[in-house]
Write a protein that binds this ligand. Structure first.
Ligand SMILES: O=C(O)c1ccccc1NCC(=O)[C@H](O)[C@H](O)COP(=O)(O)O
Length: 217
């Protein structure tokens, strides 16, 4: 049985990208959202895209981006997947997938059971449903806050298309996997020594803990 898929999100430097690849992560996420401390420019995207090319799957994360913004990001990074982390509708997700011909990760903010249920509306359009802690309505940055949601809400979800995120770290990932059975994981704050600053040793520790914790699935 294949192991758990691990995505390290919010990479912005070559050394931490290299550490992510060396640790054996499956996906590297790059944030294109100016208010985020992890935001990268198109120039950085071109550089990091070259480093990652053919070595790890590149994910471009955007928040309610329009087509011309996505055109520029896709041209710079050449991502393998797009992650839509805003209020995109199922129709917008489907249109984005059709336009770019790339698999889509759609983020679903979770605060209660109704949020998990509403993910069903995206099943057709998205390839992976990323369950993350729901941001506050007035949050300046709608993700990467290091907030855990109630994993019990995912118990029995059973979706092979799901990815779990929100406040994961090397210490809690085994318990998260045990409770949710998630086939894929996404982490940002839990591998940072300070907000927006990735730590190579923490990346290695997280991937190792995820592989160990996921060995039962
Ligand atoms: O990471 C960001 O700065 C970010 C900005 C805008 C939208 C989404 C963002 N991150 C989303 C992610 O994929 C994170 O990995 C996910 O929210 C989990 O973050 P964390 O709780 O910090 O591990």
């Amino acid at each position: 049985m294949p192991g758990v898929i691990v995505k390290i999100c919010g990479l912005s430097t070559a050394p931490t990208l290299e550490a992510t690849i060396a640790a054996g992560a499956d996906m590297a996420g790059f944030v294109f959202f100016e208010k985020s401390p992890r935001h990268i420019t198109l120039e950085t995207a071109r550089e990091l895209g070259r480093v990652a090319q053919g070595r790890i799957r590149k994910v471009a994360l955007t928040v309610d981006a329009d087509d011309s913004t996505l055109d520029a990001i896709v041209a710079a990074l050449a991502p393998d997947l797009l992650q839509l982390h805003g209020a995109e509708t199922p129709e917008r997700v489907a249109a984005t997938k059709a336009r770019f011909g790339l698999p889509i990760i759609k983020a679903i903010g979770v605060a209660g059971a109704a949020d998990v249920a509403r993910a069903a509306a995206f099943r057709e359009a998205a390839d992976i449903l990323l369950f993350d802690a729901k941001p506050a309505p007035n949050a300046a940055v709608p993700g990467g806050a290091g907030t855990v949601f109630d994993w019990e809400l995912m118990r029995g979800y059973g979706g092979g298309d799901s990815m779990l995120s929100g406040g994961l770290d090397a210490a809690n990932v085994a318990e998260a996997l045990r409770l949710t059975g998630a086939p894929a994981l996404d982490v940002s704050s839990g591998v940072e020594r300070e907000r927006g600053v990735k730590d190579e040793a923490m990346i290695a520790a997280f991937v190792a803990a995820a592989r160990k914790g996921g060995a039962f699935f």
